[in-house]
Write a protein that binds this ligand. Structure first.
Ligand code: GLU
Length: 447
């Protein structure tokens, strides 16, 4: 991944660095994709001739706006809102909203860039985008969260629509926030336009399995990788980082498949529960009480630890927290434990150096673009249901999700084979996602 780039790709990358100073996560995401594209530009000079790489790295549109709101004490608060509409060659811009104090333009840009390829890999007609705000939902009252969401949508509504741009959730944005955002959109536009947002509640246009989809999809993908190596989750020890939506549903699916998740984490530390993480308690702590894992540890009578959750030995590691959470030192711990597979539930949780360590050690590595695509894929299924004014059963929707994840796994392997890097899921995901978008961009002309 850290190999040198082909000269055309290097030119495009140099331009990205010049145009987006200081946006390190965006640089990292672009560099990671370009690192896989050498054999593609060699085989397809038409992409370079049409300036596809440089065009892909430049968002079609970027919106930055002020979000004023009044807190419970009557004080005026100002946050910054973003929506990066990155690429619409395959369909309306699609991607979540992240509410987190660390969100900057470069964060949203990196996430939007990743989303283009992830969405293409699902095989469904969705372009790539991402948005969010530096608003911190932690410690805010429900009323404050609602007023913030309403103010955010009061600007965002003019940029989105079921055929234009379809936001959803991400870190800090779940069903509650999507409800407030949808309510304000409906009020301002006087339209019940279900397909404008995904992640809605099932009683008002949402899809079954959407809350579970990223975590379930991750485990379905990991199951395929293990099966390809002649094994399964049955009887395996698994470590998951994070304890939010993705982590919770990944844990649930690992347990259904006969594995045991022995550790999970949050920003304050981690817990090791040898009996297997107690999901009811974890959900109570994280979703209902919205508090720290110390509460989990107290109730289970176990130690609450600080440091790296990757110090806990396991055969499968699923980083489900946030970008760059797993570095080279963590990767070395994972290698030393004899781990078989690392699959990314979060977006870009492994640093490039960590990925190098894992790949050199021959550990299977499922990049987020492929492994965590189940969330956005199920969002696209929600859009299908909204467009046909239909709603599908849990079983039907879950079967569709499982089929999509199998398809992504298959496509990664076939593409990696076709480009001379058998078994390399990074190359497979990047190349398959890229060529699909690039071919559509060629067909649509210079726009
Ligand atoms: N935020 C999720 C992701 O990173 C889901 C986006 C969506 O459903 O649009 O893919």
């Amino acid at each position: 991944m850290t190999d040198e780039l082909d000269p055309h790709l290097q030119d495009a990358y140099t331009e990205v660095l010049r145009r987006n100073p200081g946006e390190l996560e965006f640089h990292q995401a672009v560099r990671e994709v370009l690192g896989s594209l050498g054999p593609v530009v060699e085989r397809h000079p038409e992409y370079t001739d049409a300036g596809i790489i440089t065009r892909l790295c430049e968002p079609e549109r970027q919106i930055v706006f002020r979000v004023p709101w009044v807190d419970d004490a009557g004080r005026v608060q100002i946050n910054r809102g973003f929506r990066v509409e990155f690429n619409s060659a395959l369909g309306p811009y699609k991607g979540g909203l992240r509410f987190r104090p660390t969100v900057l333009a470069g964060t949203v840009k990196f996430l939007g860039f990743e989303q283009i390829f992830k969405n293409a890999l699902t095989g469904l007609p969705i372009g790539g985008g991402k948005g969010g705000s530096d608003f911190d939902p932690k410690g805010k009252s429900p009323g404050e969260v609602m007023r913030f969401c309403q103010s955010f949508m009061t600007e965002l509504y003019r940029h989105i629509g079921e055929h234009t741009d379809v936001p959803a959730g991400d870190i800090g944005v779940g069903g509650r926030e999507i409800g407030y955002l949808f309510g304000q959109y409906k009020r301002i536009t006087n339209r019940y336009e279900s397909g404008v947002l995904t992640g809605k509640g099932v009683t008002w246009g949402g899809s079954q399995v959407r809350p579970e989809a990223t975590g379930y999809g991750l485990v379905y993908f990991a199951e395929q990788v293990l099966a390809h190596r002649g094994t399964s989750f049955d009887g395996r020890r698994v470590v998951v980082s994070g304890s939010g939506n993705v982590a919770i549903h990944a844990i649930a699916k690992v347990h259904q498949l006969g594995g045991t998740v022995v550790a999970c984490s949050d920003s304050g530390g981690f817990v090791v529960d040898e009996a297997g993480i107690d999901l009811d308690l974890l959900r109570d702590v994280k979703e209902r009480r919205r508090t720290s894992l110390t509460a989990y540890a107290e109730e289970r009578g176990i130690e609450h630890r600080t440091g790296s959750v990757w110090s806990v030995p396991a055969t499968v590691a699923l980083p489900c927290a946030t970008q760059n959470e797993l570095d080279a030192a963590d990767a070395r711990l994972i290698v030393d434990h004899g781990c078989l597979l690392v699959a990314e539930g979060a977006n870009m949780p492994c640093t490039p150096e960590a990925v190098d360590v894992l790949r050199e050690a021959g550990i299977a590595f499922g990049p987020g673009k492929a492994a965590n695509a189940g969330g956005v894929a199920t969002s696209a299924l929600e859009m299908q249901q909204n467009a046909s004014r239909d709603s599908w059963s849990f079983e039907h929707t879950e079967a569709r999700l499982a089929e999509i994840m199998r398809g992504i796994h298959e496509r990664c392997l076939t593409t990696a084979d076709a480009y001379g890097t058998p078994g390399d899921y990074v190359a497979g995901a990047n190349i398959a996602g890229f060529t699909q978008v690039a071919d559509a961009m060629l067909a649509l002309g210079v726009i």
